[in-house]
Design a protein around this ligand. Structure first.
Ligand code: FPP
Length: 266
């Protein structure tokens, strides 16, 4: 467990960039975000929903930069759920084109900032050009040493769990896995987030208090911060509030002793 006598050089480095009031020893390693409220933000301004999504991209860029500057190890965002296909086709088409445009535009900056980007979800249902760009971005940033930036696209928590069950069943049928050896670690190793610790903190904007099929396994012990702020308005002070809220919580993972990070969970 991290304690004040074992501050790492990484923590020292990032402690200097943290806003006053945040404890550098108790920042979350991994934040997950449900970016909600783009449509309402646009409607309140008499704009089309698409303008809300465009403004949402700016909020996402700023959040990623802050999480990276403040030394977080991973940021996972919900960009498009398996249920979002039921939106009007013009909005779905717009969102796919937006993801492609933004990824193309930002790829160089992501490489320079040492961000390692991955897209999580059923990517084979996305438009072909977007799939190609995702592959390129994933490969080009795979060796980066900075923050892990996971963009959940055509992602659904239940679908992910079903796929894990299918893979484990296949391995068992093929004789590659003894079913009696399937435990939480074996299961979690098949999840699309297997490279990261589980999120310590889930932020949901626009006041909704649902998980909406997001990271159902991974969020088992996450602290939840709900804010009424609409995603395009989510800024540095909103992120700071979320982190201060997180640091005010006592995390015990069902035990009695306070634990500072998922990595130390027993
Ligand atoms: C939810 O708000 C938002 C989305 C479904 C899309 C989120 C996408 C972005 C912020 C752009 C991300 C860009 C990249 C490149 C990853 P909503 O439309 O449900 O808002 P509402 O609830 O107010 O209608």
């Amino acid at each position: 467990m991290t304690n004040s006598s074992s501050i790492t050089s990484d923590q020292k480095h990032f402690a200097q960039s943290l806003p006053e009031g945040l404890d550098p020893l108790r920042t979350p390693e991994h934040i997950a975000v449900i970016m909600d409220g783009n449509g309402r933000w646009a409607k309140a301004r008499g704009l089309s929903r698409t303008k809300g999504h465009i403004a949402g991209v700016d909020a996402l860029k700023a959040t990623l930069r802050l999480c990276s500057d403040w030394g977080l190890k991973a940021l996972t965002v919900y960009a498009f759920s398996t249920e979002n296909w039921s939106r009007p086709s013009e909005e779905v088409t717009f969102l796919m084109a937006l993801f492609q445009r933004v990824l193309k535009r930002e790829l160089e900056a992501l490489i320079l900032q040492e961000v390692r980007i991955r897209f999580l979800g059923d990517l084979d249902q996305l438009p072909g050009q977007l799939q190609d760009l995702i592959t390129e971005a994933t490969v080009l940033t795979s060796g980066n040493k900075g923050i892990h930036f996971n963009v959940c696209t055509n992602y659904g928590g239940r679908r992910e769990l079903v796929k894990v069950a299918q893979r484990l069943a296949e391995k068992s049928v093929n004789g590659d896995l003894d079913p009696s050896l399937i435990d939480e670690n074996v299961f979690a190793a098949e999840l699309c987030t297997a490279n990261d610790v589980d999120p310590d903190l889930l932020i949901r904007t626009s006041g909704e208090r649902r998980l909406s099929n997001f990271l159902l396994w991974q969020l088992a012990y996450a602290e939840i911060h709900v804010t009424d702020v609409l995603w395009p308005d989510f800024d540095k002070s909103s992120l700071l509030k979320a982190l201060l809220d997180y640091q005010s919580r006592s995390r015990r993972f069902g035990g009695l002793q306070q634990i500072t990070s998922n990595r130390n969970k027993t």
